[in-house]
Write a protein that binds this ligand. Structure first.
Ligand code: C2E
Ligand code: CA
Ligand code: CA
Ligand code: CA
Length: 275
């Protein structure tokens, strides 16, 4: 089934540019996938670097297609965004993540990715509010991850949405920091609570002096603004040691824990103690 999944990626990747028909097939399948229960969530730990303490989980969507097997979100999320199916899928992710998180014995944060289309929907903050009420999750346990590219379509609209969700007590993190066009002005213009440095920087942080200088500067920026910084894509001990030495607050990546169904972390009382 795994090989099947890999062929699927290639099939869809190849189809993106060349075969609009295949894209339409996927759009159609995506619209049915929620009702058919084909989506599920995996969770990746976010840990305080100085102590190794678990502080939260990022929810990441997975699609188990009945014939094609596992399809990567890197493939289907852009298609869902283009076709508008992301609205329904995003609602499902938000609700499923809140529903699961409220059952965790350890009340850690849950981080949910929000796409541009969701952010620009004037009903989004109401949806968030309703979902919190419906699931019973405390607003302070929810963090929304928003990329810079999601902000730019209509900045006043995006700002209004961010303010509304923050008024609920929900936190917002800037995702993929450093990969957008104007990270610094966006950081100033939008009320973020956390900076997530993109994994492309972390990959080279312990081997490339220029990248190390950039990451140090971002950490200084976070301190100056009073915002915690999370390093994404921590894959090696060397990277972790650099980040620890530079007092980066939080880390996420394969070295600290791979995304897995929440059952994999089911010693929930022990969550906070896992190294
Ligand atoms: P992202 O938000 O930047 O999520 C981090 C991605 O990096 C995840 O890929 C995660 O599995 C992967 N990752 C984590 N640690 C490491 C590491 O140490 N090394 C490497 N090489 N990769 C690592 P994933 O789950 O395939 O998701 C890809 C992208 O799809 C996400 O990037 C996000 O943009 C999008 N996505 C995933 N779930 C959702 C969702 O529920 N809603 C929306 N709108 N987008 C989602
Ligand atoms: Ca993210
Ligand atoms: Ca990211
Ligand atoms: Ca490295």
């Amino acid at each position: 089934a795994k090989t099947e999944g890999r062929d699927t990626y290639r099939y869809f990747e190849a189809s993106m540019g060349a075969e609009a028909r295949d894209k339409r097939v996927m759009e159609h399948e995506l619209r049915q996938a929620v009702a058919r229960g084909e989506f599920y969530l995996v969770y990746q730990p976010q840990k305080e670097i100085s102590s190794g303490r678990m502080v939260g989980f990022e929810a990441l969507i997975r699609w188990r297609h009945p014939e094609r097997g596992e399809v990567s979100p890197a493939i289907f999320i852009p298609v869902a965004e283009d076709s508008g199916a992301i609205g329904q899928i995003g609602d499902w992710v938000l609700e499923a993540a809140c529903e699961e998180a409220v059952r965790w014995e350890n009340p850690l944060m849950v981080a949910v990715n929000v796409s541009a289309v969701q952010l620009h929907n004037p009903n989004f903050s109401r949806k968030v509010h309703e979902t919190l009420l419906k699931t019973g999750l405390a607003a302070t346990r929810l963090e929304l991850e928003i990329t810079e590219t999601a902000l730019v379509k209509d900045m006043p609209r995006a700002l209004a949405t961010l303010r509304q969700v923050k008024a609920l007590g929900v936190r917002v993190a800037m995702d993929d920091f450093g990969t957008g066009y104007s990270s610094l002005s966006n950081l100033r213009a939008f009320p973020f609570d956390k900076i997530k440095i993109d994994s492309s920087f972390i990959k080279a942080v312990d081997t490339n002096g220029q990248v190390a200088a950039i990451v140090r500067a971002v950490l200084g920026l976070g301190r100056g603004l009073g915002l915690p910084v999370l390093a994404e894509g921590v894959e090696t001990l060397g990277e972790l040691k650099f980040l620890d030495a530079e007092a980066c607050e939080i880390g996420q990546g394969y070295y600290l824990g791979k995304p897995a169904p929440i059952e994999a972390f089911d010693d929930l009382t022990g969550l906070g103690k896992r190294a």
